[in-house]
Design a protein around this ligand. Structure first.
Ligand SMILES: Nc1nc2c(ncn2[C@@H]2O[C@H](COP(=O)(O)OP(=O)(O)OP(=O)(O)O)[C@@H](O)[C@H]2O)c(=O)[nH]1
Ligand SMILES: [Zn+2]
Length: 344
């Protein structure tokens, strides 16, 4: 039987437990992927750390995944995920790159100054919704902001169901407002533009004495020392901070559902438009336009909804094109080499 409290510290939940057979629960080892590099995943189990070389037939992994290992540490299977951030290209399964999984909360960080931008927050919300992760809006630089309520009200007006917290990222007392999301076994991640205070917030959450860039030093299969940067960090509060570089570069691609969810009231209104394929431009009987005119819907929101929809479609298409070109080039090189070797 595994050490349940150690598993819970790693983020174990009934959802994963339910996927195990009784036999697995009694004899297998469960572990969480804490970092990934080319061809290897590093897994934290209740008994320690394991490095697993990825071989053919294994599924694609993401940092945050739960895996089942046998007694000798061999990979058995991947457990179904609760949430997943990925980079996608439309229609093509192979071009999905998995970034991070099983995150409970994503903190969308924005500063309360001239950089504050609702459109940008909505873009991050679409990513969070696409991934199936609960978003919380963190407004930073409370200490240098004269009128924080003005920003909080803008968020509330945009979506009254959103949880919003204003903090001074430099002050650990202020950051305690985030404790509820950082409790034992909870996995959290950050999204936000450069300079909004993500690193500052992370350092405050980690406490002064912990270095953020701690790394795993381990012997690999050939006995060499391999140093990899780990992507999951334990917070003193018991929470698990998932901070992988891929999160910072996430683009809106193939996120139609996430965008729709972020602007759900627009979808509801669109259902009342006279024409099913209404573009909400000049059509008669357009419920979306009517809501803007009556002041029920902010015109900015419709404009950003349309913009993000287009953006996610375009990005997915360009990704698919890029991959197709790469494949084509690969075939060309292959054919070229073959013709060369044939001439010898
Ligand atoms: N006064 C004040 N300064 C802050 C606060 N949060 C961040 N800063 C400052 O803002 C600057 C940028 O913060 P960072 O934490 O580096 O921002 P970041 O989001 O990590 O940016 P990248 O590292 O570029 O992704 C730093 O000088 C911080 O000290 C805050 O709540 N109050
Ligand atoms: Zn319409």
């Amino acid at each position: 039987m595994p050490d349940v409290s150690a598993l819970i510290q790693l983020g174990w939940k009934p959802y994963y437990q339910q996927q195990l057979t009784l036999e697995e629960w009694e004899s297998a080892t469960m572990g969480r992927v804490i970092s990934q590099e080319r061809g290897v995943i590093h897994v934290q189990t209740s008994e320690g750390r394991r490095s697993i070389h990825i071989s053919k037939g294994m599924p694609a992994f993401a940092v945050g995944d739960w895996v089942v290992l046998d007694a000798s540490g061999k990979f058995i299977r991947l457990l179904e995920r609760l949430s997943l951030f990925s980079r996608k290209a439309a229609g093509t399964k192979v071009s999905t790159q998995l970034i991070a999984s099983n995150i409970d909360t994503v903190f969308i960080v924005s500063s309360m100054n001239q950089d504050f931008n609702l459109n940008r927050i909505e873009r991050y919300l679409a990513l969070a919704n696409e991934a199936g992760v609960e978003p919380v809006i963190i407004l930073t630089k409370l200490d240098t902001c004269e009128d924080p309520d003005q920003y909080i009200e803008q968020i509330n007006a945009m979506d009254r169901f959103l949880e919003t917290v204003a903090v001074n990222s430099l002050d650990s007392d202020s950051v305690r407002k985030l404790d509820a999301w950082c409790a034992e076994g909870k996995t959290l991640a950050f999204l936000g533009s450069s300079g909004v205070g993500k690193s500052t917030l992370i350092n405050t959450l980690l406490g002064e004495h912990v270095q953020h860039t701690s790394s795993i030093r381990e012997d690999d299969a050939k006995g060499r020392h391999a140093t990899t940067s780990r992507s999951i960090h334990m917070l003193p509060s018991g929470g698990l901070l998932l901070d992988t570089p891929g999160m910072r570069e996430l683009q809106l691609a193939g996120c139609e559902q996430g965008v729709d969810e972020t602007f759900r009231e627009i979808g509801e209104l669109a259902g009342q438009c006279r024409f099913k394929n209404c573009q909400h431009e000049n059509e008669p009987g357009c419920a979306v336009r009517a809501a803007i005119e009556s002041g029920d819907l902010d015109g900015r929101r419709l404009a950003n909804y349309l913009k993000l929809m287009k953006e996610q479609e375009l990005n997915a298409a360009t990704l698919a094109e890029k991959r197709a070109k790469e494949r084509e080039f690969g075939r060309y090189i292959h054919a070229y080499k073959k013709s060369k070797s044939g001439k010898k």
